[in-house]
Design a protein around this ligand. Structure first.
Ligand code: GLU
Length: 287
């Protein structure tokens, strides 16, 4: 089977060198395998997504010498697919509506999971009045019972036993976003025939959820390649704020200043990073 990789930016701010590194890794893995490289725009985070960033991101990538081998897919064009998957999970009795606020969850939560406080299950089994918007949560216990033991393959880390239970009843759709990142990205990778999901190590843990969703929805199971991240001296990954301003890590700023993008990409390939920036598999701060 031919290798298909992808780079999937969220148009909610400027791209910086960390994104460039991720795009280069995904692009080169496809090229080395004689496979296909795709760009996907993850633009359904309604509150933060801005259409004007899409053109900027594509221009930044082209400047680096990175283009999609097939037309760029936008998640905002695929809402019907996400909806169908949600309906299927509802019909299987695996979702329940929740109308808790962030503050209510923080106050009631008893455990911390990889993505913050684990939802304490307040709304599970409750009648929810239909006049208020809600989120749809995955009933994690029921989902795990349905799916059984799961593992997945990472090109660098080997076989990983999935432990999605750590995340609790994750949100799969919210009132302000028609599908969560977890659901949309999993469905898109399957629909686009991605065989090697290439992304930063900050999303390593989230793969447990994606593997579970694949099982519940009968999707093909790819392999993953979670690459090391560019981190600052304190061990934290480059923040989005690093995409602009005087630090000089923003791709659009460098592009407009007339720098040569192919040279920037070549430096990343060679492992030459600006002073104070290194590669790390593990993070000291939250992603
Ligand atoms: N859209 C995500 C981001 O910009 C990447 C998701 C993924 O590669 O699975 O962080």
């Amino acid at each position: 089977m031919s290798t298909v990789t992808r780079f999937a930016p969220s148009p909610n701010g400027p791209l910086h060198l960390g994104h460039a590194y991720s795009a280069v890794v995904a692009h080169d893995l496809a090229r080395e395998a004689g496979g296909t490289f795709l760009i996907r725009i993850e633009d359904i985070d309604g509150a933060r997504s801005r259409p004007e960033w899409i053109a900027e991101h594509l221009a930044d990538l082209a400047w680096l010498g990175i283009e999609s081998d097939r037309p760029v897919v936008r998640q905002s064009e695929r809402l019907a697919t996400y909806d169908a998957a949600l309906e299927r999970l509802k019909a299987d009795g695996l979702l329940y509506p929740c109308r808790c606020t962030r503050a209510e969850i923080a106050a009631a939560a008893r455990e911390e999971g990889p993505e913050g406080p684990v939802y304490p299950g307040t709304c599970k089994g409750r009648e929810i009045p239909s006049d208020r918007p809600w989120a749809w949560r995955l009933d994690m216990d029921a989902a795990i019972e349905r799916a059984g033991e799961l593992d997945w393959e990472d090109a660098l880390a080997g076989t990983i036993v999935a432990r999605p239970v750590r995340f609790g009843d994750v949100v799969l759709a919210r009132k302000d976003a028609p599908a969560s990142y977890h659901l949309a990205a999993t469905l898109d990778d399957a629909a686009q025939g991605v065989t090697l999901v290439t992304r930063g190590a900050d999303l390593f843990d989230a793969t447990d959820i994606h593997r579970l969703l694949q099982e519940l929805l009968g999707l093909p199971v790819p392999r993953w390649h979670h690459h090391a991240l560019l981190v600052e001296e304190d061990g934290r990954k480059l923040a989005k704020r690093r995409g602009s301003g005087e630090e000089g890590f923003g791709l659009a700023d460098r592009r407009r200043a007339g720098e040569d993008g192919q040279t920037v990409a070549a430096a990343l390939r060679a492992g030459h990073f600006p002073a104070g920036i290194t590669l790390s598999q593990s993070l000291s701060g939250a992603p």
